[in-house]
Design a protein around this ligand. Structure first.
Ligand SMILES: [Fe+2]
Ligand SMILES: [Fe+2]
Length: 474
């Protein structure tokens, strides 16, 4: 169970380590300062129907109730320790899992934790203006839930930095509150976390695509030989699932509403669809393409010696490492990687150890494709003729073997000029953004009401009805 009587709720017996407790209590007001500055805009007085973790057991960890977001009980929750756990891959395979940081991996591990930690406040910053207008109370509550949990994920990483990395860790924890998404001088570490999230369609795409990158990174870190990191990430994954649910159902509801209106009015042309106040399917496709491609870059270079080192040293595993049936060392294994040579995309085998970024990206793509298939079924079931497609993995990439090349959504290597001629068909253009944002200026404050461009969800949160008062505005 989690101890909520302390200033910082936790299940790590924080009170036993006074120095650590004081250091975190010192960081806490700085965190609150960041939340007031960069958390959801204008919402500090709202009572929001939020879930809070009360136990790390798989059943019944959540408690629902009205909370003002600045009073949310951010804390430190790790999955319980398994005394028998071992390092399950790399050259240390078979050793007892590490309870302290191995000296030789200290700086690498710190960088891994800081990079993960940096994404958490970044997404809150990216989404902060979306609380200024919203399609329903239900949706507003969901974005706030995502935001407070990303704040908690920052706490999770900051705990590890404070507890295991001494002074350097404390300095990194301060820097995590100092960087700002999109800031020219002090940006967030990874590209996708410096892109704006300008509207609710972008938010749902982000939580479907980019929070799912979070899931895959957390899954890889949950395999870590450094046991406290593994246990932290396991618990974060239970929270992440809701974020991806919000994204998938959010986009799905927008698609559903568009299809309903298209059928009802017998229109197909995007301008006719827009005239009816819903988002045309080609625009949804363009949003999908940009969020997908930008998120694929987060996995890093296709061939990476860093990725090999992380694995070999037991710091970061593969997706579902312990379920994979091989030697978990990969010295002789190979893995296919694509590159562009002489205007053609070719695939060749490289040492599997160096291709672990690409492998994680491929695992991610498989799951993404399933989700897009579920969106397609909404379109098919409505009897609308339109195909949503995932662009080729080389499309619009800025990192890895495809960077600097101009790959069409079908996977053809084009000249820069040919690509540019199609850019506004393939990626959201300024008119798309202006149109989508024009739909989203309102605040739907009546319980059970939804903006015209999005269908209601199938059910409410925590078995509450759709017309439940998910947010009280005071
Ligand atoms: Fe997160
Ligand atoms: Fe998330």
């Amino acid at each position: 169970m989690i101890n909520y009587t302390e200033k910082i709720p936790n299940n790590v017996d924080l009170g036993r380590d006074r120095v650590l407790q004081r250091a975190l209590e010192h960081w806490q007001p700085a965190y609150m300062g960041w939340w007031y500055d960069m958390g959801p805009n204008e919402s500090h007085d709202y009572d929001v129907y939020l879930r809070t973790a009360i136990s790390v057991e798989p059943d019944g960890w959540a408690q629902f109730g009205y909370v003002k977001m600045p009073e949310y009980r951010w804390g430190i929750f790790l999955q319980p320790r398994d005394e028998k756990r071992e390092v399950n891959f790399g050259i240390h395979r078979g050793q007892a899992a590490w309870q302290e940081v191995p000296g030789e991996y200290r700086s690498t591990l710190r960088r891994v934790i800081v990079t993960q930690g940096d994404t958490e406040p970044a997404s809150v910053e990216q989404q902060r203006m979306l609380g200024a207008s919203w399609p329903s109370m239900y949706d507003l509550r969901n974005i706030f839930q995502v935001n407070v949990e990303e704040g908690r994920h920052l706490w999770a990483m900051v705990y590890l930095l404070h507890r295991y990395f001494g002074r350097d860790g404390r300095e990194e924890a301060e820097s995590l509150l100092a960087r700002r998404s999109g800031d020219a001088d002090n940006p967030r570490i990874l590209g996708a976390f410096n892109e704006p999230t300008p509207d609710w369609l972008a938010f749902y795409m982000f939580t479907f695509f980019t929070d799912r990158d979070g899931k895959f990174q957390l899954c890889a870190l949950a395999e870590s030989g450094f046991d406290p990191l593994a246990r932290t990430c396991r618990f974060m994954l239970t929270e992440e699932a809701h974020h991806m649910f919000v994204g998938e159902t959010g986009v799905g509801r927008i698609i559903q509403r568009t299809c309903e209106v298209m059928k009802e009015h017998q229109v197909e042309d995007p301008s006719d669809v827009r005239a009816l106040g819903v988002i045309d399917l080609p625009t949804i496709q363009r949003y999908l393409s940009v969020h997908y491609s930008v998120t694929l870059d987060l996995y890093g270079s296709d061939v990476s010696s860093n990725a090999a080192n992380y694995f070999t040293s037991g710091l970061k595993g593969r997706f579902r490492e312990t379920k994979l049936d091989d030697d978990h060392v990969l010295t002789d294994a190979e893995y296919p990687v694509s590159e562009v040579t002489g205007g053609k995309i070719i695939t060749k085998n490289v040492p599997a150890l160096t291709a672990l970024n690409e492998r994680l990206r491929d695992d991610y793509i498989e799951e993404i494709a399933d989700g897009v298939g579920r969106w397609q079924r909404i379109i098919d079931n409505a009897g609308v003729r339109f195909r949503l497609t995932l662009p080729h993995k080389g499309f619009h990439r800025a990192i890895g073997n495809f960077a600097g090349h101009f790959i069409s959504p079908d996977g053809e290597a084009l000249s820069q000029e040919a690509w540019k001629n199609h850019e506004s068909e393939w990626l959201p253009n300024s008119k798309d953004y202006a149109y989508v944002q024009s739909l989203m200026s309102g605040r739907v404050v009546e319980p059970g009401k939804f903006a015209n461009w999005i269908a209601p969800p199938a059910r409410g949160i925590n078995n509450q009805p759709l017309n439940f008062e998910y947010v009280r505005f005071n």
